[in-house]
Design a protein around this ligand. Structure first.
Ligand code: CO
Length: 159
């Protein structure tokens, strides 16, 4: 396992579309492990493979209650209710912005064994799922934020 370098805003890779994982081989398993370690070191709540320079549809999330690994995650359901709070990103250090996300999302993905899993998230988990899956399509929260925040009035999550 290894800590990988997290790409910063401006790197072209962050803007590219990631490819689906067809075979969960040793490289993907190593990627998952490295991403988990990199996320923990960075003290973030989520990380997507393009953030470590790998254009594959792989995401890890840890809100402090256990690691979630997702391969080829797809949002299949969202609530109409939206919540707007401050959001941040490990690839965009020192900035935060207000972003509206669905209060609930349902995601279908594969686990590391290639088995289909369903992840349902509310509030922060819903937000992290949306944020990380956006990364897989080259989208960053700054693209959809209503405005940037320049003070400390809101809580922060690095995803
Ligand atoms: Co991010």
């Amino acid at each position: 396992m290894a800590i990988r370098n997290i790409l910063a805003l401006g790197e072209e890779t962050l803007r590219k579309k990631s490819r689906e994982v067809k075979v969960i081989d040793g490289r993907i398993l190593t990627l998952l492990e490295d991403m988990a370690q990199t996320l923990a070191k960075a003290e973030g709540v989520g990380l997507a493979a393009p953030q470590v320079g790998i254009l594959r549809r792989v995401v890890v999330i840890d809100l402090g209650d256990g690691l979630l690994e997702m391969i080829n995650p797809v949002i299949v359901e969202t609530s109409q209710e939206m919540i707007e709070i401050a959001e941040a990103c490990l690839s965009i250090i020192g900035r935060r912005g207000m972003v509206a996300r669905p209060a609930y999302v349902k995601v279908e993905a594969l686990n590391r064994f290639g088995e289909p899993i369903i992840v349902e998230g509310e509030e922060l988990l819903a937000r992290a799922l949306c944020h990380e899956i956006d990364h897989l399509d080259g989208q960053l929260y700054i693209d959809i934020m209503s405005h940037e925040i320049f003070d400390d009035e809101d809580e922060e999550e690095d995803t």
